[in-house]
Design a protein around this ligand. Structure first.
Ligand SMILES: Nc1ncnc2c1ncn2[C@@H]1O[C@H](COP(=O)(O)OP(=O)(O)OP(=O)(O)O)[C@@H](O)[C@H]1O
Length: 309
């Protein structure tokens, strides 16, 4: 659905986007994560055919940004981080106006607007003036506008920025819904943990370089040095800790105040079924046995460690 090869953009001496390779499929919700100025908007604008690259290729649904920009624009819905709204219109008038821009006319037009408003849970504001919407509501109407021509690919630049926690949750719910509709969604954010639970994949960008890309779990794995487990047993915690300590793949064992045994496995060891097995065989009643999650923030710091300022 979206493929880029060595996509590059320079502004004078600054390499804003440096040889980025992406490969996104139908139904992928791709979290594009990076701090301010890391190159997210520039990348999205190139894919949306709004900005010519200096080097590299980008394809959307198999079409090249160089030879088929008009077809790509029909297939892509791009929501910029800041977009103007026309204050002296109602929500419905606003959407109908953009329908005309997409050449969606005729009797079906109203129905399309209703459907998109429904999708973003804004039907109840159809007759409100755009100027009277809250920021979160404006973002949702902006998303409805982006969806009017039923694009297969959505490029959403910081859709949750400036929203309160409730509105952020609603945007996340919407992103999930779009993935379920089999759209390909690229959603950018500089707030690292925000996207972890909605995205099927993440890409981390820093200073124009894609430092990690893949399924959320794999990126987390890539970022950490070794696997940590949290284990709790019903009784005989100290005995269990000793047994674990003697295991060949275990590097370090700590018992915490609440009785959790925190186990750091040796570097590059990822499998631990035999450890669980050993506990069961020694009759420990294990009621917690899980791999500690690395959060996106930690992963990002690890992956960008040592990059030039
Ligand atoms: N038109 C331009 N002329 C010169 N430099 C630019 C231009 N547009 C962007 N840049 C620079 O390119 C780099 C990447 O900018 P970009 O807007 O793509 O980052 P971003 O990750 O989207 O940031 P943000 O999270 O702040 O929106 C930044 O250093 C920015 O200053």
């Amino acid at each position: 659905m979206i493929e880029t090869r060595k996509l590059t953009k320079r502004y004078g001496d600054l390499v804003a986007v440096n040889e980025i390779n992406l490969n996104l499929k139908e139904g992928d919700v791709f979290g594009f994560i990076g701090p301010n100025g890391s190159g997210k908007t520039t990348t999205m604008r190139m894919i949306a055919t709004l900005l010519p690259p200096d080097y590299g290729e980008a394809y959307v649904c198999g079409k090249s940004i160089y030879t088929d920009p008009e077809e790509i624009r029909r297939m892509v819905g791009y929501m910029p981080d800041f977009f103007g709204v026309y204050d002296d219109m109602t929500v419905m008038e606003y959407l109908e106006f953009f329908c005309s821009a997409y050449r969606i006319n005729g009797p079906g037009r109203r129905k399309i607007c209703e459907e998109k408003l429904e999708l973003v849970d804004m039907s109840f504001k159809r007759d409100a003036m755009v100027s009277q919407l809250s920021r979160g509501q404006t973002q949702r109407v902006g998303l409805a506008r982006t969806l009017l021509h039923d694009p297969q690919v959505l490029l959403l630049d910081e859709p949750a920025s400036g929203l309160d926690p409730r509105a952020r949750i609603e945007i996340r719910r919407l992103l999930r819904k779009l993935g379920e509709l089999n759209k390909t969604v690229v959603v950018s954010s500089h707030i690292l943990p925000e996207l972890a639970d909605v995205c099927t994949r993440v890409g981390m960008i820093e200073k124009g370089v894609l430092v990690a890309d893949g399924y959320v779990r794999d990126v987390m794995r890539q970022a950490r040095e070794s696997t940590t487990l949290e284990i709790r047993v019903k009784e005989r915690t100290e005995d269990a800790a000793r047994l674990i300590e003697g295991h060949e793949n275990v590097g370090r064992v700590d018992v915490e105040e609440d009785g959790t045994i925190r186990v750091t496995l040796n570097k590059d060891v990822e499998h631990y079924d035999d450890l669980a097995q050993a506990l069961f065989e020694s009759q420990f009643r294990v009621f917690l046995f899980r791999e500690e999650e690395v959060n996106l923030e930690t992963a990002f710091m690890e992956l960008t460690k040592g990059m030039q300022q």
